[in-house]
Design a binder for this molecule. Structure first.
Ligand code: GLC
Length: 542
């Protein structure tokens, strides 16, 4: 694979390449109807905020009909909105109002599994002969009485559930309420492609594909081999990590499906839709495959490379360099610091490094995806046992994701302005009054929110930041310094992830446009002094 060239960008890049994306965990953004759960009308209500912040696109986590065993990732009707979130009409309003503000809308698409309440599954389980009998992955009990193979559910226990009705096992990579669809059956593919057509016709600007690497399994469902080097602190814990997931994840046959899906998404070039994949980036060569051999796969596999970075120990520079070096020519990077499945970055990195990390996210080459609330420096919220909602916490204690999914605090009140006074939100909010809310931070020019907004504004103003090339610079330990360049414009970023003051030799003249502490706009010559955890965006003078 060739290293990405250091050249001027094409004059015009698609919106998702230039822009900033923002993930909305729909249940937790704003509760408009007062039932304690966020909804689509709440998102509409806050589009002005998102426009003010300057984001170009939002990704909405699932709002489809669902029994909510996995909070919307267990879908019982792909073509309707769950009443808890609103109606199809509310969704149409959302798209129209977002587009009016030049904000694109990306929706979640969950291909690997449905809810066990989906009519397809109800029909499939009803008989071994019916028209949908082969829409899911059914297997007989083994002759020796054992399970069909050794695969595990990510949510704990075996991936097989016995079904009394069919007298067979079905496969579920996640909860037993989330049976896996059989994508080797062309009828499933047609039905699922129709789902995408339905939402494209309603005006969506792209899809975030849930567990894109799981849709195709080994056709013979062979056992996974044992992992000889298990990593107990790995992404999904020790049991899951005890196997190499070579037969249940990342099967090469998925590539063909996603190439077809890409042609579907690209069928109207004027629409400039984006196709993004949730795939693990732990193993770079496997992750890179999702771009497609001829960049004909996903526009962007999510870049999770920084999710497990230990911010307190080191600068993220080696992580970024590794990705930049591995990307084939023309592949556009993607970066995230958090999402609805991970601990909040401010909890992992601490509030000061979280600011530095945000500055990094918004100035690296690639598309940044901001997780709602990270612009405030929101932290994980401790969840008392009686308020735990995530089923993963029950099956594998410690893996629960509630702490990072808590309601968005819009103001300093007890309900954070998320829901009506007196209503208990579906998850608790963090302690109020610590300045971690939109009202307080938008009134403070030095807040993390103000900084985030200002960096986004700089991206719009400076093509080098939004689209330019990337080159790292030598810097003292703990500091990550890099240049972004477009045409004559050269921008310098120097970010100090360490707790000590440092001087960075830059051997150039320039001007600081922004500091993460929002209190400086000085000129520099040859050297740039950084305070602990300070990051700056500068422009170099020729
Ligand atoms: C993805 C989602 C996660 C969900 C799982 C099962 O990893 O991000 O929230 O639980 O898929 O659909």
């Amino acid at each position: 694979m060739r290293r990405a060239p250091v050249t001027a960008p094409r004059a015009r890049l698609p919106w998702w390449q230039r822009g900033v994306l923002y993930e909305i965990y729909t249940r937790s953004f704003l509760d408009e109807d007062g039932d304690g759960v966020g909804d689509l009308a709440g998102v509409v209500e806050r589009l002005d905020y998102l426009q003010w912040l300057g984001v170009d696109g939002i990704w909405l986590t699932p709002f489809y009909r669902s029994p909510m065993c996995d909070f919307g990732y267990d879908i019982s009707d792909y073509l309707d909105v769950d009443p808890v979130f609103g109606t199809l009409e509310t969704f149409d309003v959302l798209v129209a109002e977002a587009h009016r503000r030049r904000i694109r809308v990306i929706v979640d698409y969950v291909p690997n599994h449905t809810s066990d309440q989906h009519p397809w599954f109800l029909e499939s389980r009803s008989s071994r002969e019916g028209p949908r009998s082969d829409w899911y992955i059914w297997r007989d009990i083994r002759q020796d009485g054992g399970l069909p193979n050794n695969w595990l559910s990510l949510f704990g226990g075996p991936a097989w559930q016995w079904d009394e009705q069919r007298q067979q096992y079905y496969l579920h990579t996640f909860l037993r309420e989330q049976p896996d669809l059989n994508w080797r059956n062309p009828e499933v593919r047609h039905a699922m492609f129709d789902v995408a057509r339905f939402w494209m016709a309603r005006g969506v600007d792209g899809f975030r594909i849930d567990v894109a690497g799981a849709i195709m399994k080994d056709p013979d469902l062979r056992d996974n081999p044992a992992n000889q080097q298990p990593n107990p602190s790995g992404a999904f814990g020790s049991t899951w990590g005890a196997q190499l997931h070579v037969n249940d994840f990342n099967h090469p046959d998925a590539g063909g499906i996603w190439r077809l899906f890409r042609t579907l998404v690209d069928d109207d070039p004027g629409a400039e839709r984006v196709l993004m994949a949730e795939v693990s980036s732990e193993h770079l060569p496997t992750w890179l495959r999702y771009y497609g051999d001829r960049l004909d796969g996903f526009h962007q596999p999510f870049g999770f490379h920084l999710l497990h970075h230990d911010w307190a120990r080191s600068s993220p520079q080696p992580v970024v360099e590794r990705v930049e070096a591995a990307l084939p020519r023309g592949a556009w990077p993607n970066w995230v610091l958090g999402n609805h499945d991970q601990h909040r970055v401010a909890s992992k990195a601490g509030p000061e490094r979280a600011r530095a990390a945000m500055l990094l996210l918004l100035t690296l080459r690639g598309t940044p995806v901001l997780y709602y609330g990270d612009e405030l420096g929101l932290m994980d919220v401790p969840i008392p046992p009686e308020r735990v909602r995530d089923p993963w916490e029950w099956t594998v204690p410690g893996q629960g994701r509630d702490a990072a999914r808590t309601p968005m605090p819009w103001d300093p009140s007890a309900t954070g302005g998320f829901t009506r006074p007196g209503v208990q939100p579906w998850l608790p909010l963090g302690a109020s009054g610590r300045g971690l809310d939109v009202a307080t931070q938008s009134a403070d020019p030095a807040s993390m929110l103000s900084m985030t907004r200002e960096v986004i504004r700089l991206r719009r103003e400076h093509p080098a930041l939004a689209m330019g090339s990337y080159r790292s610079l030598d810097a003292p330990e703990g500091v990550f310094a890099y240049l972004r360049r477009a045409g004559e414009e050269r921008m310098l970023m120097a970010i100090n992830f360490s707790g000590g003051a440092v001087d960075v030799a830059v051997r150039q003249h320039g001007r600081v446009l922004l500091s993460s502490t929002m209190d400086r706009s000085d000129s520099f010559a040859c050297e740039l002094s950084l305070r602990p955890f300070e990051g700056v965006v500068g422009v170099l003078e020729s």
